[in-house]
Design a protein around this ligand. Structure first.
Ligand code: FAD
Length: 403
């Protein structure tokens, strides 16, 4: 049985690794258009910009993917899939035959409509290096988009001593994935650090002027800055799937085993739209752990097991010395509870109409991390618990989760 995986990011590489460690007897070929060995993206907006890590973080360094039966094809782009003939055409014209195919093509950073195409974005190691080198010179950075990555870059640049402005078209930072009070806590820290955040407006035009950028905002304000970065979200890389006739709806549509509409084809990571139990519907989710968990599920399914991907979504974000964690889905919550934590921080618990805990979020370190983990088990169980107990710091969440 030959497996071909398209995309050498977290999700694709994890499928390869899982198949190998489970003793897959066929061949596995990992085709990735980036020329680098597999690397982690989360540090790109944080530690890399702060010079804390000079090298890309390579989870499989030391030859962990250099094993018999597994072929890595970095720097190779898959151009087309023939589902019927079970083959993948590479850019060089070579056809790779497969019995099982995994799409792990991830997502691409969106550009801002109406602005020049050369406005930098941040998705790859090379883009992170270019941004780091630009920030080394100091000056004023304009970040377009106050999502998670935009705010992480703002924190890193401010920590480096740059003047930082952030422009966001919505009326709040960090979107609907983060509960409003938690986002407000992060924003307050940015403001205390001197970041200037403009909400409910966007950049209407951007022009080069003597080595700088002149940004005219929708409300007429003009900013003359040294660096610009567009952080306006991503578009899933679904072209291959679409042209192969595989169902796509925002992302490549998958079931709970990460199987696509085409027999013998799985999809994982940022490129998929899959069932999210806590939402009760499909959704594309972009987080490191989602990519990891989906890959584990897909590998088990390819091996012929019957796994069900029911993991609760979870992501983190580090800005300054603050660590934000969100488990579950904030958009599923109708009411919110506040649970005081022993370190003075607050855990926000979102309940749906039926009173089930559907989201847990907070800013902090050990205490929040522990309780978000416990809340994750409560979210996963779908249990309705007594709100008075949920907010009572003398009642351990771990004990409630065990119930
Ligand atoms: C700057 C940054 C910071 C982040 N920080 C966090 C964080 O703090 N917390 C968190 O939870 N998540 C974070 N994430 C998100 C997380 O990194 C992603 O969810 C994860 O990388 C998704 O992995 P993936 O393998 O699906 O996609 P990707 O990592 O995008 O990998 C897809 C790969 O497929 C390749 N590819 C695409 N098409 C083809 C083709 N036709 N042929 C060959 N190869 C192809 C692409 O070049 C790419 O290398 C961050 C992401 C970024 C960009």
């Amino acid at each position: 049985m030959d497996v071909v995986i398209i995309g050498g990011g977290e999700a694709g590489a994890r499928v390869a690794h899982e198949l190998h460690t489970a003793g897959w007897e066929g061949t596995v070929t990992l085709v990735g258009e980036e020329y680098r060995p597999v690397y982690e993206r989360p540090p790109l907006s944080k530690n890399v910009l702060l010079d804390e890590i000079p090298e890309a973080v390579e989870p499989y360094r030391g030859g962990r993917l250099d094993v018999p039966g597994l072929t890595l094809r970095p720097g190779e782009r898959a151009e087309a899939i023939d589902v019927g003939a079970r083959s993948v055409r590479l850019a060089g014209g070579e056809d790779l035959r497969f019995d099982r195919l995994v799409l792990a093509t991830g997502a691409r950073a969106r550009t801002v409509p109406g602005l020049p195409g050369n406005v930098p974005v941040l998705r790859t190691w090379d883009e992170a290096l270019a941004l780091r080198s630009a920030l080394t010179g100091g000056g004023h950075l304009l970040v377009i988009g106050a999502g998670m990555i935009g705010m992480e870059v703002a924190a890193s640049a401010r920590t480096r001593g740059l003047q930082v402005s952030v422009v966001e078209v919505a009326d709040r930072a960090m979107g609907r994935a983060v509960p409003a009070p938690v986002a407000a806590e992060m924003v307050a820290r940015h403001e205390a650090e001197g970041v200037s955040l403009r909400l409910s407006t966007t950049v209407a035009s951007l022009t080069r002027e003597s080595g700088q950028w002149r940004a005219r905002l929708e409300d007429g304000e003009e900013l003359l800055v040294d660096h610009v970065l567009a952080c306006v979200g991503t578009a899933p890389d679904t072209d291959l799937a679409r042209t192969a006739g595989i169902e796509v709806d925002d992302g490549v549509v998958v079931d709970q085993q990460m199987r696509t509409s085409a027999p013998g084809v799985w999809a994982v990571g940022d490129c998929v739209s899959g069932p999210v139990a806590v939402l009760g519907r499909r959704q594309r989710l972009e987080s490191w752990r989602m990519a990891h968990d989906q890959a584990v599920t897909a590998a088990a399914s390819i091996r012929g097991e019957e796994p069900e991907h029911a993991a609760v979504p979870w992501f983190w974000s580090d800005q300054y010395d603050l660590s934000l964690q969100v488990s579950g889905m904030a958009v599923a919550a109708r009411t919110w509870l506040e649970r005081p934590e022993p370190d003075g921080s607050t855990l926000h618990l979102g309940l749906d109409d039926a009173g089930r805990v559907v989201c847990a979020a907070g800013v902090g370190r050990a205490a929040i991390a522990k309780d978000v983990r416990a809340a994750e088990r409560i979210i996963s169980s779908g249990a309705v618990l007594d709100p008075a107990e949920l907010v009572d710091p003398t009642v351990r969440l771990k004990a409630l989760a065990r119930r």
